[in-house]
Write a protein that binds this ligand. Structure first.
Ligand SMILES: [Fe+2]
Length: 142
């Protein structure tokens, strides 16, 4: 399990969106700390709750900035669909972890999933908005 550390390669050109991504990194790392302490599965739940709540808030604000930045409608819709899928998948993993859905999973599996979830999403999907976010940031600073 690799702790996530922020670097410029994750920047999407918007200080606000970057700050929210950093907050998500902190929550994922907190989840890893729980794992490393070999805590009981129940101890992961508050962190996962925070992750889901914060991710939903963040996706909403990211979508708002995409609109403001003039991100093309078709791509915006596709991006929103990906956000929905991500939240959905975490919900299912969480339910499996709680034993409420079939197909047991472990804290390590959830950890791996959320790490990929966050870093790949930023690097592959959010990065597509970078030129738009940069223009918006530059306009705000002049
Ligand atoms: Fe995104």
């Amino acid at each position: 399990m690799t702790y996530l550390s922020w670097s410029d390669r994750y920047s999407v050109g918007s200080p606000i969106v970057d700050a929210e991504h950093k907050e998500l990194f902190l929550i994922v790392n907190e989840f890893y700390e729980n794992l490393e302490d070999k805590r009981g599965i129940k101890d992961f739940f508050p962190t996962l709750n925070r992750l889901i709540v914060y991710a939903e808030h963040h996706f909403g604000s990211e979508e708002k900035y995409m609109k403001l930045a003039g991100y093309p409608e078709v791509e915006l819709r596709e991006h929103m669909r990906i956000h929905e899928e991500l939240v959905d998948e975490v919900f299912h993993l969480y339910a499996r972890l709680r034993g409420e859905e079939g197909g047991a999973t472990s804290g390590v599996d959830v950890g791996k999933f959320i790490e990929d979830w966050l870093s790949n999403h930023i690097l592959d999907v959010d990065k597509r908005c970078e030129p738009y976010f940069r223009k918006l940031t530059d306009a705000a600073m002049t």
